[in-house]
Design a protein around this ligand. Structure first.
Ligand code: MN
Ligand code: MN
Length: 316
């Protein structure tokens, strides 16, 4: 019987072998698993640096060092759940609508089988077809969005889709439960004073970095949990919410972000929410230094898997 868990260090040293996420088996099965890590190597939605198409590869490459027990959440991931590395979805370079259709169709067999997709981006534009695939099965979901940016722009050169507009599109398409959705960590320079207000007028709760600093991390985590409640939840983590000192390998960096430790703490603070999907986006290895951004991306995914495992314990 296939075991849907990582190869151990005793079986094979962690620097050896072909790189799947956390050395999970690379299999496209949807039965008998709780989650699937899925690469989405797309960067046609970017507005500044490109190269996020190499993000899934970079995250997988460093993820072999992750060990199955998470002391921060006191959980052994594979004691409670099973998962695979599904591999990468097909994208159509240069054609965002075609790519969106492929991503939505590519995730469908997982979502329909009750598997939680954990996507490795790719630029942030991929979150829209992920949401479409999830909502088709689950109905509208709550969004927990970590980012420097709200990604709720009206359009880009007259076009509806890029990595800065998908959460406005998601609201328009009624993919999100506005009253239970929250955007966290916004900072950096802005086009106009009212950019965050615009996001609020769409229905989002917005917690900019300055307010996050005033509240403190435990209070922010509690606020998010209250806001989301028991709703089915999609968590999207744009790595640019983390300061470029910790995450230089990204497309649209903004100074004054979270530290990597703070990012991990915030994600752990989501414990107990009713998760249906996750992604980590905007890792851009060409601008990375010593793989620190990719390593942080891998660790954020690791925390997501730990949250899934904790829910499995609680559901018994
Ligand atoms: Mn973003
Ligand atoms: Mn961003």
């Amino acid at each position: 019987m296939t075991e849907y868990k990582p190869v151990t260090e005793i079986q094979l040293p962690k620097f050896a072998g072909i790189k799947t996420f956390m050395r999970l088996p690379h299999l496209q099965v949807a039965e008998g698993i709780d989650f699937a890590v899925v690469g989405i190597p797309w960067d046609g939605g970017t507005s500044y640096r490109t190269g996020q198409r190499m993000g899934p590869d970079a995250i997988r490459r460093v993820s072999g060092t992750l060990r199955p027990f998470n002391p921060g959440l006191d959980v052994g991931i594979f004691d409670h759940c099973a998962g695979v590395d599904w591999g990468d979805l097909t994208v159509v370079p240069g054609y965002i609508e075609d790519t969106y259709a492929r991503i939505e169709a590519g995730l469908a067999p997982l979502v329909q089988s009750g598997v939680i997709p954990v996507a490795l981006g790719g630029d942030h534009a991929i979150s829209l077809p992920e949401l479409r695939a999830l909502v088709r099965v689950h109905g509208p979901v709550a969004l927990v969005h970590f980012d420097s940016h709200t990604d709720t722009a009206e359009q880009y050169f007259g076009r509806p889709y890029y990595h800065g507009s998908m959460f406005r599109r998601a609201m328009e398409e009624q993919l999100l439960i506005a009253d239970h959705s929250v955007q966290v960590g916004m900072h950096g320079t802005m086009h106009t004073r009212d950019a965050w207000e615009e996001s609020k007028s769409l229905g989002f709760d917005v917690i900019p970095m300055q307010r996050l600093r005033e509240m403190g991390l435990p209070a922010v985590a509690e606020h998010i949990r209250q806001r989301v409640g028991g709703q089915k939840t999609f968590v999207t983590f744009d790595i640019d919410v983390v300061d470029p000192a910790f995450a230089p390998g990204t497309g649209t960096p903004e100074v004054g972000g979270l530290s990597s430790a703070e990012a991990i703490e915030l994600v752990r603070g989501l414990k107990g929410l009713n998760f249906v999907g996750f992604d980590v986006v905007e890792v851009l290895p060409d601008y990375d230094v010593a793989e620190i951004t990719a390593l942080l991306g891998a660790n954020i995914v690791y925390e997501f898997l730990s949250l899934i495992a904790l829910n499995k314990i609680d559901s018994r």
